[in-house]
Design a binder for this molecule. Structure first.
Ligand code: B12
Length: 343
């Protein structure tokens, strides 16, 4: 059954496989779900120490973590279900990102997260029954500035088979939008929104580090926000979403002038430029920048520009063949899958 499951060509685990695995392994929701975060010493008397996240695992470690024997794991490796490499001494090793891919594909719950260099997610968060209260619990973690918990929630949701785009458009955006109201009626509102931004960045970067590295021939994407736009999270989300789709994505972040974007396209042989627009400017300035960028990239018929953002005028008043409006991370995925299908 396991081997059939892991041959499933679909990127996400089927519900049935997940259920079967839960029954087989006697998993209980309260048993802890993995969130890939660096192990932190949590004991009251111990200092809080942060260790590097494990980058590779032995078959024994991964087997124990997901509740199968080392020999089963080795067999799966030998059958090509999970990619391994060999150390100089001939021992099998598995990249953490490959372990994550495998866990997502098979839908196996992680029983011993600490063996993967993860910490268990305690408390009532069930990434499988998402989105029942994911938004509420993620919002609480963001509001409290509980970075460890938020990272664990985000990663466990991803491990349970959710797409990065759906989590970004759903619970994270909802939580940040709700937190955005605080400054109007709470003295600590601005503190909370700054802290929540930092927490989101930490969690998204953590997730990015777990994604399978792009193939050497993967198409490149770069993006950010124009000058005078300080918003960090939306562009980082776009980079994470594109990475999860197999793009080699570089986030240039906020305050990126058109010149820099154009230079990067040439230097890095880019196929896609994304832009996030979060600050209301006179629409004439936004249109000037977009026109300028579209003009300067016009000679590159293989380069597309995808523009989105909370305050992007709707509809956008300019129409250019190389410019595409994308209103959400989910739309970005659809658009870029189309691009890759055409290439
Ligand atoms: C954090 C924050 C800040 C931080 C930003 C820190 C940083 N460096 O990133 C700081 C402190 C700088 C800040 C400042 C201000 N802020 Co502010 N801020 C926010 C807050 C809480 C979160 C922003 C965020 O990260 N959201 C999360 C992202 C993921 O959501 P999103 O942008 O909607 O993105 C989604 C989609 O739009 C889309 N998308 C976005 N970009 C792209 C790009 C592509 C390519 C694609 C495909 C999709 C896409 O996908 C995302 C996921 O679904 C928002 C609340 C909100 N509603 O977002 C307020 C908010 C934007 N701020 C607001 C205000 C008023 C201000 C200030 C004027 C005063 C203040 N509160 O401090 C200043 C002005 C700053 C400026 N220069 O203009 C208002 C704006 C109101 C309005 N009229 O538009 C908001 C809405 C809060 C509110 N409800 O009042 N802010």
């Amino acid at each position: 059954m396991c081997q059939d499951a892991s041959r499933d060509p679909l990127p996400n685990p089927s519900r049935q496989v997940l259920r079967d695995w839960r029954v087989r392994l006697g998993w209980r929701p309260s048993g802890g779900v993995a969130g890939i975060i660096p192990i932190e010493s949590r004991g009251a008397s111990r200092p809080r120490m942060r260790q590097a996240t494990k980058q590779h695992l032995s078959p024994k470690e991964l087997g124990k973590a997901v509740g199968v024997s080392e020999s089963t794991l080795k067999r799966w490796a030998d059958e090509g279900e999970i990619r391994v490499y060999r150390t100089a001494g001939g021992h099998r090793r598995i990249d953490l990102s490959e372990a994550v891919r495998f866990i997502r594909k098979t839908g196996m719950p992680v029983r011993e997260p600490r063996l993967l260099g993860l910490s268990a997610l305690d408390g009532p968060f069930d990434p499988v029954n998402y989105p029942a209260d994911a938004a509420k619990l993620m919002r609480a973690a963001l509001e409290e500035g509980d970075t460890s918990r938020f990272r664990a929630m985000l990663v466990s949701t991803y491990l349970a088979g959710r797409s990065v785009a759906e989590v970004c458009d759903g619970p994270i955006a909802e939580a940040m939008h709700a937190i955005g109201e605080f400054w109007q009626h709470r003295n600590d509102g601005i503190l909370i929104e700054h802290r929540a931004t930092d927490t989101c960045i930490a969690a998204l970067n953590q997730l990015r580090s777990l994604l399978v590295r792009p193939d050497p021939g993967a198409p490149r994407a770069i993006g950010g926000a124009f000058s005078n736009d300080p918003y960090l999270v939306p562009s980082l989300m776009a980079a994470t979403v594109l990475s999860s789709e197999g793009w080699d994505a570089t986030n240039l972040g906020p305050e990126t002038p058109v010149d820099v974007l154009v230079g990067a396209v040439e230097q890095l042989d880019v196929r896609l430029v994304w832009l996030s627009v979060s600050v209301e400017r006179k629409s004439v300035h936004l249109h000037e920048d977009l026109n300028d960028l579209a003009d300067r990239l016009q000679h590159r018929s293989d380069v597309s520009i995808a523009v989105g953002g909370r305050v992007l005028p709707q509809p956008l008043k300019i129409r250019r063949p190389n410019l595409q409006e994308v209103r959400s991370m989910t739309e970005l995925v659809a658009f870029t899958r189309g691009l890759r299908a055409k290439a």
